[in-house]
Write a protein that binds this ligand. Structure first.
Ligand SMILES: Cc1cc2nc3c(=O)[nH]c(=O)nc-3n(C[C@H](O)[C@H](O)[C@H](O)COP(=O)(O)OP(=O)(O)OC[C@H]3O[C@@H](n4cnc5c(N)ncnc54)[C@H](O)[C@@H]3O)c2cc1C
Length: 503
């Protein structure tokens, strides 16, 4: 290896200062000690993206953040994203850009997690972690005054159809409700929750945060049938390659980043790794769950949106709830909460193609054109990610998905009709995509079915811990940021008790 220099050793290296990595780092830095002698831990937190440094200052921000960003959407931020979908590359990870739909896990989610893979993650055991994240992100309701006319009309309409809509829980601190947070934008005033508060605490407690270094591989040495983690190899921006040694390594690179890093380290399915296999586990990169979804858009005669909007929120409901909680579809009016971007309105099939008619439409379309969205929250269909190429494979067109999305599209058209839409888009079959990946290194009690045990320890590699979206055993009934954060707060408690408390 060229340019190699060594530093350390550390007690723990955490790879990825995103959602999970930052939460766990703060806990361990503040309260963890070396089990053998009670000394403070020497921890390095490594992150491939940059750090917009500064104490969290809700309502004001700090100069480094205010000056670098102006409500830039996550996929517009150039080099600060990964090539895979929905993945911010910076200290704070996806919480720097998430849509702030802050759903807590439902009782059924804990049941699903336990049934799916045998983890002992009962709702009762998560109480403290839930409370921690609710407080940290200040999760609650948006004041009714902020609802857009479209949000109000949607609620009234779906109630008249016999459904029971609820307002999407959100987190905000010292927020002036400018509404510009939109979908996946960055709040330069720190009013939208992110994990930089945890990062700050970790730094105050002595952690060594090293941004802008991409970890190329975890150093895994053979140990009998299994492996043992010894540290990491990373690449700095100037191309220098360094080796850092540690007693333990925690990988928190996200649902796509983690299996890819493990694959590069020789840990994954033999069918993909071939003679580069150090440790075989077919579950690395497998069991990928996303939320397949579709939108139905319509044009109205009336203004549905406030001048700026209420952010990325609105109401949601489940048209039906099967008793096993599988294949549940959520329908929501998020796209009625904030103005439609002109470039989005212009290319919808609702828009006249050319000339004066197009100009007339565009004059007011941003406030009259709106969508309703459905997602399959707990799909039965799973995909995978190739740990070498990073290519994801998800059977979107599996009949179980298609049938469900057709059914939800009909309901959404009916809502638009009842809301008085002038023109409703027809897609048959509906177009669909999906985000919120989880499950690619899932936790479970059976090593044949999972990658880590319920205590976040690799089944196959000693001294290797994993926690982030990849460990979630079963897709939740809602979006993933808050569940991943809660699982991370829970993981921090477990890891501390298991490894970093005076013996
Ligand atoms: C635009 C957008 C909107 C979203 N909206 C919502 C929403 O409204 N509600 C909701 O609940 N969820 C939402 N999510 C999803 C949610 O934010 C994520 O599911 C969650 O934050 C994932 O946390 P994580 O710890 O798994 O990964 P991340 O937060 O992505 O952290 C992974 C970190 O690891 C780093 N990393 C990866 N590989 C390496 C490497 N080799 N070396 C060094 N560092 C590495 C990454 O740069 C990143 O910082 C949204 C996500 C995005 C991007």
């Amino acid at each position: 290896m060229q340019n190699q220099s060594q530093s350390g050793p550390y007690d723990l290296i955490i790879v990825g200062a995103g959602t999970a990595g930052s939460i766990i780092a703060a806990h361990l830095a503040e309260d963890g000690v070396r089990a053998r002698d009670g000394e403070p831990l020497k921890i390095a937190l490594l992150e491939a993206g940059p750090y917009l440094k500064g104490k969290l200052n809700p309502g004001h921000g700090v100069p480094s953040r205010r000056s670098r960003f102006t409500n830039v959407s996550h996929n517009e931020s150039g080099r600060w994203v990964w090539p895979w979908p929905e993945a911010a590359k910076m200290v704070g990870g996806c919480t720097m850009h998430w849509g702030n739909n802050g759903y807590l896990p439902y009782e059924m989610d804990y049941i699903h997690w336990m049934d799916e893979s045998g983890v002992d993650w009962s709702q009762d055991k998560f109480k403290d972690s839930v409370q921690e994240i609710v407080d940290e992100f200040n999760i609650g309701d948006v004041p009714e005054e902020m609802w857009s006319p479209g949000n109000r009309l949607f609620k009234k309409t779906v109630e008249s159809m016999g459904y029971q809509p609820r307002y999407v829980p959100t987190g905000r601190k010292n927020c002036i409700y400018c509404g510009l947070c939109g979908r996946g934008n960055f709040c330069r005033y720190d009013s939208k929750p992110n994990v930089l508060g945890y990062v700050w605490r970790a730094e105050q407690a002595g952690i060594e945060l090293i941004p802008e270094v991409e970890v190329e591989r975890v150093i895994i040495e053979p140990k009998g049938e299994k492996g043992i983690a010894r540290g990491v190899v990373l690449k700095q921006q100037d191309g220098t390659v360094r080796e850092l040694r540690a007693e333990k390594v925690l990988v928190s690179c996200g649902a796509y980043g983690t299996p890819i890093l493990l694959g590069r380290s020789g840990y994954g399915p033999r069918e993909q790794l071939g003679d580069k296999t150090l440790v075989h586990n077919p579950n690395v990169g497998n069991n990928l769950e996303i939320q397949p979804g579709t939108d139905v858009w319509a044009e109205y005669d009336i203004d549905l949106k406030r001048e700026r909007g209420a952010g990325n929120y609105g109401h949601y409901f489940w048209p039906e709830f099967p008793s096993d909680g599988n294949n549940v579809v959520g329908i929501r009016d998020t796209i009625m909460s904030f103005p439609t971007y002109p470039q989005v309105a212009a290319v919808r099939s609702l828009a006249p193609r050319f000339g004066q008619a197009h100009k007339d439409y565009m004059r007011t379309a941003v406030r009259r054109v709106a969508g309703i969205r459905s997602s399959i929250l707990t799909p039965l269909v799973k995909g995978s990610i190739n740990v070498i190429t990073g290519a994801t494979s998800y059977p979107y067109t599996d009949p179980r998905n298609v049938k469900r999305l057709h059914w939800s599209a009909e309901i959404m058209r009916e809502i638009h009709r009842k809301m008085g839409a002038k023109k409703i888009e027809q897609h048959d079959p509906p177009s669909f995509g999906g985000g919120h990946p989880t499950g690619t290194c899932r936790a479970g009690s059976d090593p044949k079915e999972s990658v880590v045990n319920p205590h976040f320890e690799s089944h196959d590699v000693e001294n290797l811990l994993i926690c982030d979206g990849s460990v979630v055993p079963r897709a939740c009934l809602a979006h993933k940021c808050v569940p991943v954060s809660i699982i991370s707060a829970f993981a921090a408690r477990r890891i501390m008790a298991d490894h970093y408390t005076r013996a």
